[in-house]
Write a new protein. Structure first.
Length: 495
């Protein structure tokens, strides 16, 4: 039996078989011609896929035809008319012109001049390219959508790559493309990611509060995102935890939310129950807007025990009673309470949550507060009871109910581990470095919503004391004009 490559326990001597292939000679003209044809086809596909480039091509061809048939004067007049129409559009509606023409032109320029030009070296140096059988494979650059501050670069991943692989190389991509910072976002397609390349930080400027005529509890416009677009915070069906060091801007989050709730305060579709453990020092300027305001009571019972935290427990227990009543009414009818005038969304605002969970001196009161908080956070969302709570220390022994907040906001903090405790594991690797936020940028932070794979960098609106006074006056006047039904409650709260 002759040995074969698959014979066990025997040495084999298989010499390689020489194979000679016949070479095919191709003339240089054919090679150049094929190269030109491929380039032309690529240009045509690019033009067809780019609306602005397609429109510009049609206009240029039209002007060329007009020039060839009727001469220079008619084509010049047509060119002036087109330029005048564009200038008039820009003067009349700069926002739509920027969105339709300016941003598209910027996207095309960034795609051609920056990303397509440096794509291959960027992928190689960032170890995001793959080599197989002697050939180099690069992630596919699908497109670029640019604004004044950020480029959104869509990329199709190579087989075996994940979003985390790109997130680890974000700092290298930022250096290669000469941008300030780079963050990686997921899309609805698991094989496609979106790189947010930040060229100019729009969050260095203070964000003014937004005047609103209507109210969308699914998305309150409370600030600006890092792409320059308005940021909307969902409150209906959500609890919000705000974590930040002293001076980080926790008040900006609370007051910008209250500002957006103004229409609901007028028509009684929103009611505010507020707890300010600092004796009312922080939130007292808006007391006229609150249906209930617990700020501690410096009273002593018959045994000489202070009752400072008693009012906090009573407010939370009353909120549990409201939640129980709604659960009885809504059972079998709906899974989510819809606020209406007379059946409002109850928003509980707590300025310093640790004062209720870790610093309460009376054990009995602390047990009551813990029980009420756990019930409200675990069951209150569906019944139309939402909570917005602020705290400085996010550790579990300080905030045992931390994980019951679906929306978490991390402003400037003092330690890197606070970011992980607030937003979750892996968020710092995705760019959420809240410990690096400058002290002169209050209100800047990262927002993480359950179900979303990465955080959003945001700056919340800055609300001054004058803005608060104006807000109280505006709501009072609107309530008076609406018939006075809500005005009586506001005036009694103010008294």
């Amino acid at each position: 039996m002759s040995p074969t490559p698959f014979t066990r326990g025997r040495a084999t001597d298989m010499a390689p078989v020489p194979v000679r292939t016949r070479s095919v000679r191709v003339s240089l003209a054919i090679v150049v011609g094929v190269w030109i044809i491929r380039r032309l086809v690529g240009v045509m596909i690019t033009i067809a896929r780019t609306p602005l480039l397609l429109a510009a091509t049609v206009v240029i061809i039209g002007l060329a035809v007009l020039w060839s048939r009727f001469g220079l004067l008619p084509s010049s007049l047509a060119s002036l008319l087109i330029i005048g129409a564009l200038v008039g559009w820009w003067l009349r509606s700069p926002a739509t012109f920027t969105r339709t023409v300016g941003d598209r032109a910027r996207s095309l320029g960034r795609w051609l001049w920056t990303y397509r030009r440096y794509w291959q070296p960027a992928m190689v140096t960032a170890n995001l390219a793959q080599h197989r059988d002697g050939s180099e494979q690069l992630p596919e650059l699908l497109g670029v959508a640019s604004t004044r501050s950020v480029d959104r670069v869509r990329v199709r991943l190579l087989p075996g790559q994940t979003l985390d692989d790109w997130a680890e190389m974000a700092h290298r991509l930022a250096q290669t493309f000469a941008i300030d910072s780079c963050r990686v976002h997921s899309t609805t397609d698991v094989q496609v990611i979106e790189i947010w390349a930040l060229r100019r930080d729009p969050l260095t400027d203070t964000v003014a509060p937004v005047e609103t005529a209507g109210m969308d509890l699914g998305g309150l416009e409370v600030g600006r995102a890092e792409d320059g677009e308005p940021f909307r915070l969902g409150l209906l069906g959500h609890h919000v935890l705000v974590v930040g060091a002293t001076g980080s801007g926790k008040g900006s989050v609370i007051w910008s939310t209250l500002t957006q709730l103004a229409p609901g305060l007028v028509d009684d579709s929103v009611r505010l129950w507020v707890i300010d453990p600092k004796g009312g020092m922080e939130l007292a300027p808006g007391q006229a807007l609150f249906d209930r305001f617990a700020h501690g009571a410096s009273t002593i019972d018959a045994d000489g025990v202070g009752l400072w935290e008693e009012s906090f427990a009573e407010l939370l227990e009353d909120a549990v009673a409201v939640m129980r009543d709604r659960q009885d009414r809504l059972r079998g009818r709906t899974r989510l309470h819809r606020p209406t005038p007379g059946d409002p969304l109850l928003v509980i605002i707590i300025d310093e949550l640790a004062s209720l969970t870790a610093y309460v001196s009376d054990r009995g009161v602390r047990k009551r507060i813990d029980a009420a908080l756990s019930l409200l956070l675990s069951q209150g969302r569906a019944a139309g009871v939402s909570m917005v709570a602020a705290v400085q220390d996010p550790r579990k022994d300080t905030i045992p109910v931390r994980d019951l907040f679906p929306t978490r906001i991390c402003l400037r903090v003092t330690e890197p581990e606070h970011v992980t405790l607030t937003l979750g594991a892996g968020m710092r690797a995705k760019g959420a470095h809240a410990e690096r936020i400058r002290h002169d940028l209050p209100g800047v932070g990262f927002v993480q919503v359950d179900g979303l794979p990465e955080p959003t960098r945001v700056r919340f609106a800055h609300i001054t004391d004058d803005d608060i006074s104006h807000l109280v006056t505006k709501i009072t006047n609107r309530a008076s004009a609406a018939g006075g039904q809500r005005l009586q409650a506001i005036e009694s709260a103010a008294a």
